[in-house]
Design a protein around this ligand. Sequence first.
Ligand SMILES: [Zn+2]
Length: 117
Amino acid sequence: MPVYSYRCSCGAVKDQYSRVSERDSNIPTCHGPMTRQLSVAFIGVQANIHAISPIDGTPLTSRRQRAEYMKRNSLEDAVPAAETIRNAKARKAENERLAAQIPKLPEHVVRQLQAQA
Ligand SMILES: [Zn+2]
């Protein structure tokens, strides 16, 4: 059985195991019924099951099955954090390189402009 995560309007979060068919009827209450939220990560459960889909509770037992499941449901992995950081650093370095090429005004002109401002 997959784990579902529920949130109350007060901010309280509760995780509970539930049958897929009961995920929207077997709802915990806090200040009223809680709202089901998607789990961010796939939850590993046992050695022979790598993950359980947070979407419908399908157990995923191999990389290949996971890849097929993701394709079938039009899912994509998020861009890995390392790649995002690498791209941001490359953009920053390029911006700094371009900024260094902008000609600088002579110091006395800068002072004159500041005095007039
Ligand atoms: Zn509450």
